[in-house]
Design a protein around this ligand. Structure first.
Ligand code: WTA
Length: 687
């Protein structure tokens, strides 16, 4: 890294030294000396702030001026906005920074190229350890411009939507930014999704252009991504072209529709006029699971999303200029969008794109990477932490982690054991661990232990404190706001913030019904939370039928839809249950049609194949239990509560079964569950 020896190393020494001095100065002088401008230049003009908590209060009670100041300071505008906010949560109308014009790629690239062209923007941590590739801001801008020109030349226009099916790599980031450059929306589909899932998302987004790679490489295995795209596109008549980049050297079959992306990019100019975008034009769609079978394309817009990603990246992780930010999420999820791409690049940072897995080639991969790339902030998922914890401390101790300053956790609850291990072993007890709560819908982190005073306590396994401008509330079952502490309820956010999703693509009604109507005037998150007596928030889990497998969201209805397509199946019910490593596993109850004569083991295998083929591997059931009937109410509704209690082995908590149509069904289910678990234990004990 060319710019490191003279720039980063020395700056870090100075900054940690000055922070120590700063902190002891605080102790002596007390909080009166809170220097707003030093902590948050965006807020420098706000009068009367005596400490961070008054800044937090101001950001909530004067949201409009807070966000206006932040937007003016942190973003580069082509022309300024005239109205900071125009929102009506109850009607699902959310508009920020209206009148403002900007280009997101200019904010993420050009302005940094002007000040530090040779600074490293991306470190592509390829699957093979030690083969990382660095891309400077100048190079990334060039790549983006060539690709923007190519897309334009091939007919992609402002307002179109391009689907991207790629693993984390610089060309994937350039593809996202090239869309932003020319005013097209992108729709990144996680490259672990099956051809059918990809096709559904391409069709829903109406993409006529798809960008992919010939093959992916992950954990030493080659993945045939182009072939998956070929299959997907067969059922997408609107697709006119597939741009194919080469991740490996192996040629793949190309059809008339396919374009050799890198070859064509070389023919393009390195200058690409940025489209002038309105704040509320669409930046991207990202599909996520809800409680019905159909995934929803959440829509994020330009200015508000970018500002929120940038500000949370800067303050939650205490990201400073020169730091290397290591978010190991895939770019196919919102975490990859906000914290591998948009947040760090808007801040002119250096960000890692992680292509591999936590255990390839061995369970020391993350920490070897931390040592080699000198990562300062590491942001990962609890499921990986739980997995690595089981391999033992020696894999961590082997490597130098002294560059680490902040450790982040995202996507699912982090249990205390995993939190403690992350803090004590990975961070040597030195680094704050930030358990960050947020969603695809929120665009960026909403609840997190930091920012707060440098010495403020952090409670293991708790997201704790709302971010600037966020006002969480808990609701009781009657829809009333719970005002006391030490209480649990449905988690809502009581006022709009710039990062929130604006709508569901082509289905604003579903947006209103899902998020705005359950608690009129509030944004409903779908999660439950507990507020401690100190006022800290802890997420208790989903309140709907969405489960979280290894940090990936999946609707139980989506899996049921697939299982029910099998001709032998009469009906099914999918339930999430606690799983040691994955957080939640998938347990499926299946009722066969009468007179079906199949081996249960064969059918289980078939159903697993179907789920893997129609959705993705991670959604496959861990258990399939065949039953004669499901517990139902007299009106025919499946009593999921009962099934959940059975799989959680909480038989005392089964509750009132008197409304069941056929209470004997429950006994059969309990018996079958016991046998299935018993079989699994036996298998595990066999050598
Ligand atoms: C869950 C991922 C507990 C939650 C950024 C949420 C969490 C869903 C946490 C969103 C956390 C996310 N503690 N649960 N720190 N972070 N979740 O859209 O149920 O993939 O609603 O966004 O993950 O998942 P999504």
């Amino acid at each position: 890294m060319m710019w490191l020896p003279c720039g980063r190393a020395s700056r870090r020494v100075v900054s940690s030294f000055s922070r120590r001095v700063f902190r002891s100065y605080f102790h002596v002088e007390g909080r009166r000396k809170f220097n707003v401008a030093a902590f948050m230049p965006e807020a420098a003009g706000i009068q009367g702030l005596s400490d961070r908590s008054t800044l937090q209060e101001f950001s909530v009670s004067n949201g409009e001026s807070f966000w206006a100041a932040a937007a003016r300071h942190r973003l580069s505008w082509i022309s300024p906005f005239h109205t900071a906010q125009d929102c009506d949560l109850s009607r699902g109308r959310i508009k920020w920074f209206e009148g403002g014009k900007l280009n997101v790629s200019v904010n993420c690239l050009d302005r940094h190229v002007h000040t530090c062209p040779e600074k490293v923007a991306l470190i592509w941590e390829r699957d093979e350890p030690g083969s990382e590739v660095e891309v400077t801001y100048r190079q990334l801008l060039e790549m983006t411009c060539r690709l923007g020109n190519l897309l334009r030349r091939r007919g992609v226009k402002k307002g179109d939507c391009v689907t991207i099916y790629m693993p984390p790599c610089p060309l994937a980031v350039a593809s996202m930014l090239a869309c932003a450059r020319i005013g097209a929306a992108h729709n990144v589909v996680f490259a672990g999704f099956s051809a059918e899932a990809l096709a559904e998302r391409i069709r829903d987004a109406h993409s006529s252009t798809v960008i992919t790679v010939n093959q992916g490489v992950r954990g030493g295995k080659v993945i045939e991504l182009k072939k998956t795209v070929d299959t997907a596109v067969d059922s997408c008549p609107m697709v006119q072209q597939v741009l194919v980049a080469m991740r490996t050297e192996n040629p793949v079959a190309m059809t008339a529709r396919d374009v050799d992306m890198e070859e064509e990019m070389l023919k393009e100019d390195v200058v690409c006029e940025p489209a002038v975008m309105d704040s509320e034009d669409v930046l991207f769609l990202l599909y996520t699971s809800g409680s019905t079978g159909k995934p929803k394309g959440l829509v994020h817009t330009q200015a508000g999303y970018l500002l929120y990603a940038a500000l949370t990246h800067r303050y939650v992780f205490s990201y400073h200029d020169g730091d290397v930010f290591g978010c190991v999420a895939d770019i196919g999820w919102i975490t990859g969008h906000s914290y591998s791409v948009y947040g760090p690049l808007a801040n002119g940072g250096t960000t890692v794109l992680f292509e591999s897995t936590p255990i390839y080639p061995d369970p020391g991969r993350y920490w070897e990477m931390v040592q080699r790339l000198k990562i300062n902030q590491f942001y990962g998922a609890p499921t990986a932490i739980r997995l690595l914890l089981k391999y033992g401390d020696q894999w961590v101790h082997k490597y130098d982690r002294s560059t680490l300053k902040t450790l982040g956790s995202v996507g699912e609850p982090i249990n205390t054991e995993a939190w403690e291990w992350y803090h004590r072993v990975v961070g040597d007890g030195r680094c704050p661990v930030v358990d960050t709560w947020w969603q695809t819908e929120t665009g960026g982190i909403c609840i997190s232990p930091r920012p707060s005073d440098p010495d403020a306590e952090i409670v293991p396994g708790m997201a704790m404190r709302p971010f600037f401008g966020i006002k969480p509330v808990l609701m009781d079952t009657e829809g009333k706001v719970l005002t006391s502490n030490n209480t649990s309820g449905a988690l809502c956010i009581s006022q709009p913030w710039p990062g929130m999703a604006r709508t569901i693509h082509n289905n604003h009604q579903r947006y209103i019904e899902t998020y705005c109507q359950p608690y009129p005037g509030y944004f409903f998150t779908g999660d439950g939370a507990y507020r401690s007596k100190e006022g800290y928030y802890q997420i208790t889990g989903r309140l709907d039928d969405v489960i979280n497998v290894s940090g990936h969201r999946i609707g139980t209805a989506e899996i049921e839809d697939v299982v029910n397509q099998c001709s032998a199946v009469a009906e099914s019910a999918c339930i999430g249950y606690s799983h040691d490593i994955k957080g939640q596993g998938v347990y499926t109850f299946v009722v066969l049609k009468k007179d079906v004569d199949v081996q249960e083991t064969d059918l289980s295998r078939l159903l697993n194949d179907m789920v893997s083929k129609k959705i993705a591997k991670y959604a496959c059931p861990d258990f399939i239990q065949f039953v004669h009937r499901l517990p139902k109410t007299r009106s025919g509704k499946i009593m999921r509560r009962v099934l959940r209690k059975v799989v959680e082995r909480d038989l005392n908590g089964l509750g009132d079964l008197s409304t069941l149509d056929d209470p004997a069904a429950v006994q059969e289910i309990i018996q079958g569950h016991r046998e299935l678990r018993g079989q699994q234990q036996q298998q595990q004990q066999q050598p």
